[in-house]
Design a protein around this ligand. Structure first.
Ligand code: PAF
Length: 282
């Protein structure tokens, strides 16, 4: 696997691949790779000739009081894992390489409306940071395909809208969340949790499943939602949101909408955890 640290090196490799008419897939990550990320690479491999993974802890998507400094950086272990799953190249740019004029002068990409609800309401500027870096990565790599996890459901929607609005010709693939045997969605932030907190956090997914059952069985959704929130609170999971939305654009569903998604964010101590579950109403 080749490692590239600059856009110039990246472009040289990509022009070589393109001259060979290779289909290129990009898997953007912030590193500290777990099985969820590796699944993205495996999916990319089934759809493209060449897979390039980027590792960049993007300062633009972290708020002032968020975990940018303590975000886990595990490059050597990440490289070993990527070699095993057969990634062809790894792009690891520095902050200066990505933002040569500095963060304050960077031209930004904002996807209106969807960026200010749910996680966007609690993390102002987060999705602008995500849309900006993903737009830049799309322009740097010009991939045929880009692969993202559905664990970050709202992020995937923001990125799809960004690519559509800016006419970026890339096929965006969403991959199902990989879970621990307990049901806990894999996340780099799980490493911040104590063993007891991890056990409690597994009830996030079971809560989503309870609410999904209430939806499919036409029970009282508000009552089910309140019971799930109460259980989470008893387990020390402080609610940020638990919402049922339309899968397509995360708007409030009307009674005819069948394709729904339940999205949640909670705090366990100082760690913010998110999860979601798609559900089809009959
Ligand atoms: O999901 C992530 O790891 C990041 O938000 C992404 C898409 C790599 C952008 O920094």
């Amino acid at each position: 696997m080749q490692q590239l640290n600059t856009v110039a090196e990246l472009r040289a490799l990509l022009s070589h691949w393109r001259s060979q008419k290779q289909i290129v897939a990009l898997v953007p990550t912030m590193g500290n790779l777990h099985n969820g990320h590796l699944r993205l690479v495996e999916q990319a491999r089934t759809r493209a000739d060449k897979v390039i993974v980027s590792i960049f802890v993007n300062p633009l998507q972290f708020g002032a009081h968020e975990d940018l400094d303590r975000y886990p950086r595990t490059l050597e272990a990440d490289k070993a894992a990527l070699v095993k799953v057969g990634a062809d190249a790894l792009f690891v740019p520095s902050v200066d390489e990505v933002y040569p004029r500095g963060l304050k002068l960077q031209t930004v990409v904002n996807v209106p409306d969807i960026s200010s609800i749910l996680c966007g309401a609690s993390r102002p500027g987060h999705f602008q940071g995500v849309a900006t870096i993903v737009c830049k990565l799309f322009n740097m790599v010009q991939p045929d395909i880009a692969v993202f996890g559905k664990k970050d459901y709202q992020q995937l929607k923001v990125i799809r809208l960004m690519a559509k609005d800016l006419c970026i010709p890339v096929d965006i693939i969403g991959v199902d969340t990989v879970r621990e045997p307990s049901g806990l969605a894999m996340s780099s932030r799980n490493g911040y949790l104590s063993t007891a907190q991890q056990e409690h956090a597994s009830h996030i997914f079971s809560g989503l499943q309870t609410l999904a059952k209430a939806i499919t069985e036409h029970q009282d959704i508000e009552q089910a939602r309140a019971a799930v929130i109460a259980q989470w609170q008893d387990l020390g999971l402080a609610l940020d949101y638990l919402e049922v939305k339309n899968q397509y654009d995360l708007s409030a569903p009307n009674s005819d909408d069948k394709q729904l998604v339940i999205l949640a964010a909670v705090h366990s101590g100082s760690t913010r955890l998110i999860d979601n579950l798609e559900v089809t109403r009959t």
